[in-house]
Design a protein around this ligand. Structure first.
Ligand code: GTP
Ligand code: MG
Length: 436
């Protein structure tokens, strides 16, 4: 997979929020910070990163649409915003056309020419390749070999130095091909000579499509390069190559969205088939591992549904010890009780200072004690007198004080729930918070 580093770090952040119990401002903040860090590391432009994370934050904290669950909602937003910053795909239609490949030295033009030819061939088109590089010795041999590999008719003139005439001859010779792809020479930079040559070739060919081939390792530098080629000769799209071998791929991918052109293809390796149409949605979906994420979200939702049921028990006025047991289990999943409670509008309900002072160990102990109680006792704790306490102590391996403490805790919670009941506003808010 390409963009491994970026993909892995994005996956990690999204997984974190997809599996988390609550999606609140804090969680979203953390998510956007994580995403920011990953994108910057991948050389995405600072301004783009800032816009993206602002968008995610704003949208994630908005009201979620009916029916969507909060995890899905956030993950979908991240996905959509990432799709947005890589822009649209711009692959050419599968129809007769001449295509000119342009680009700086070593950007991958010759390799891409053969890959592109192979791509069209696989779509059922008749394709020919023309070597329009009379500048670099070896260019002819290179394309010839590559075209043999993918079984594509090839035209080139080994000793020639007039590139325009070579291309003219090539177009004539390959006249019966539906698609003709012309590889050109690269220069070290976009210098006068290169511009002149590109213009001359263009006059001869008048290609339907001109693609600029750019090495992904220049990262966000893609933006300036695409712009200057666009200005000098005009381009119909960009092909980003070597995205498999750079940590800066994120920058390269996103930079094109800031120009007037689009990414048509990605080169993902040296082999002919390591080449793909740029499909932003598919690409981001793979990058984030959306298929697996769906499963993760589902699991988180199932877990939360259980919690919701337990919360209903919690709100029951007639709180039994069975409900307390469920509460303790829910709280275990949601976080420390005092933290949970602090987030709630208590609507003036008086909370004893030590009410929330239930440690994890204590909760465990309470559960052990309750495991030694009969169903009847759990339903109706009032019947628990001295002799029952003695039996429970023995059965649970605890002591009298522990059992009494639990009974006190139950009474306190029951009172608290009663206080909160009837305050419809705060209650509803509380339930809603738990449901998020
Ligand atoms: N890993 C990887 N290597 C690539 C990819 N595309 C091209 N290359 C390699 O990059 C090197 C340069 O590729 P060329 O196709 O010769 O580049 P060029 O733009 O034609 O170079 P000049 O003709 O000299 O300007 C070669 O070693 C290719 O195998 C790609 O997508 N991934
Ligand atoms: Mg070349």
């Amino acid at each position: 997979m390409v963009l491994d580093k970026l993909g892995n770090s994005l996956k990690k952040s999204i997984r974190k929020i997809a599996g988390s119990g609550r999606i609140d401002e804090e969680a979203v903040d953390e998510l956007t910070r994580d995403i920011q860090r990953s994108l910057l590391k991948s050389d995405v432009d600072v301004k783009l990163v800032k816009n993206l994370t602002d968008q995610i934050k704003e949208r994630a904290l908005e009201k979620k649409p009916k029916g969507a669950n909060p995890r899905e909602h956030v993950v979908k937003i991240v996905y959509e915003e990432l799709v947005k910053i890589v822009g649209e795909g711009g692959a050419p239609p599968i129809e007769s056309q001449d295509i000119l490949l342009l680009g700086l030295q070593g950007s991958g033009k010759t390799t891409t020419a053969s890959k592109l030819a192979n791509y069209f061939k696989n779509k059922g088109m008749k394709v020919g390749l023309i070597c329009g590089d009379t500048y670099r010795p070896g260019a002819y041999e290179q394309l010839k070999t590559l075209s043999q590999k993918v079984a594509i008719p090839f035209y080139g003139e080994e000793e020639a130095d007039d590139v325009v005439s070579v291309i003219k001859n090539g177009l004539e010779t390959l006249n019966d091909q539906e698609i003709r792809i012309i590889d050109t020479a690269g220069r070290h930079s976009l210098e006068e000579e290169l511009i002149k040559e590109m213009k001359e070739i263009e006059k001869t060919v008048s290609p339907e499509n001109k693609y600029l081939v750019i090495d992904a390792s220049i990262g966000k530098g893609v933006k300036e390069q695409a712009k200057s080629f666009e200005k000098a000769v005009g381009i119909d799209g960009v092909i980003i190559t070597k995205i498999d071998g750079t940590a800066k791929g994120g920058g390269a991918l996103t930079a094109v969205s800031e120009t007037n052109t689009k990414i048509a293809f990605l080169g993902t390796g040296e082999k002919p088939e390591e080449f793909e149409e740029f499909d932003p949605e598919g690409f981001i979906s793979r990058l984030l591992g959306m298929g697996d994420l769906e499963k993760l979200i589902q699991r988180a939702e199932e877990r939360l549904e259980e919690d919701e049921m337990d919360m209903e028990a919690m709100m029951k006025g007639d709180l039994t010890l069975k409900d307390v047991y469920k509460q303790l289990e829910s709280i275990n999943k949601l976080g420390p009780l005092n933290k949970v409670m602090n987030m709630l509008p208590m609507g003036g309900a008086q909370l004893p200072d030590d009410a929330m002072d239930v440690t994890k160990e204590k909760m465990e102990k309470y559960k052990i004690i309750m495991d030694s109680m009969t169903s009847e006792e759990l339903e109706n704790p009032n019947i628990i007198g001295d002799s029952r306490i003695q039996r429970i102590v023995k059965g649970s391996g605890t002591n009298r004080e522990d059992v009494k403490e639990l009974l006190e805790y139950h009474k306190m919670m029951k009172k608290l729930m009663k206080q909160m009941r009837g305050r419809r506003g705060p209650m509803e808010k509380m339930m809603k918070k738990f449901k998020r």
